[in-house]
Design a protein around this ligand. Structure first.
Ligand SMILES: O=C[C@H](O)[C@H](O)[C@H](O)COP(=O)(O)O
Length: 236
């Protein structure tokens, strides 16, 4: 099965978690977008939900799908967030932000009673770090901030190159919040909690893509004998 088919299988299972009246966080990325499309079908068939999008891209997708939207200011407590991830480990710790939406994604996940992650099996790792860790920084003082981030990474027992993310046009990628992304190619993050603590202590760092203690469950779609098989982790 293709990665796209696996993502669809995970997203379809997640739609089954949605109940009438729920306040939902709507994640970002290719997997979350399929969830939004499938949820839209249920909404058009009569399901009553309201969603908070985690990016402008998801806002557009949700509007196109006909999902009623709200904001965290109007609806600060959410029942359930469904989002993708770039990596997930056995403790449900995540690396997110491959699409640059980590800041709003983390705020929305933290405002949700439950966060269920939808991924294909290739995202499962024993140790986080194979996927470059996104670190969102303010543009002011970029060089100084990058040096301080590098020192923080070393202090947490990690090493690897840091690069400013570029967009398709070769210019620096700018997030929905007007910030830049440093991608840290660490290979292995032996102590994600220590790295998270070190990164948030750096002035200029807005947020990082380590989601620790936020996911309550995961739906993993894996290929097996030409079919997709769903594995659930935690409460999902
Ligand atoms: O910023 C983007 C998000 O964290 C995505 O949820 C993550 O990159 C996974 O995206 P995808 O489902 O496209 O692999």
């Amino acid at each position: 099965m293709s990665p796209a088919e696996l993502k669809r299988a995970a997203a379809a299972r997640a739609v089954g978690l949605v109940e009438d009246g729920m306040r939902l966080g709507l994640g970002t990325g290719s997997t979350a977008t399929v969830f939004v499309e499938l949820l839209g079908e249920k909404v058009r068939a009569g399901l009553k939900v309201v969603g908070v999008p985690t990016s402008e891209a998801t806002r557009r997708a949700a509007e196109a799908a006909g999902i009623p939207l709200t904001t965290l200011d109007e609806t600060p407590d959410l029942d359930l967030t469904i989002d993708g991830a770039d990596e997930i480990d056995p403790q449900l710790r995540l690396v997110k932000g491959g699409g640059g939406a980590l800041l709003r994604e983390k705020i929305v996940a933290a405002a949700s009673r439950r966060m269920v992650v939808i991924v294909d099996g290739a995202k499962r790792v024993e140790t986080l770090g194979r996927f470059p860790l996104p670190i969102e920084v303010v543009p002011f003082g970029l060089v100084a901030t990058t040096l301080a981030v590098a020192a923080a990474i070393r202090s947490a027992g990690c090493a690897g190159p840091l690069s400013v993310r570029k967009g398709g046009d070769g210019a620096p990628f700018v997030t929905d919040g007007g910030h830049l992304i440093l991608d840290a190619g660490l290979g292995r993050i032996p102590d994600p909690e220590a790295l998270a603590r070190a990164l948030v202590a750096v002035p200029g760092v807005v947020e990082h893509g380590l989601f620790l203690g936020l996911a309550t469950g995961a739906i993993v779609a894996e290929a097996a004998d030409g079919q997709s098989r769903i594995v659930t982790l935690g409460a999902a």
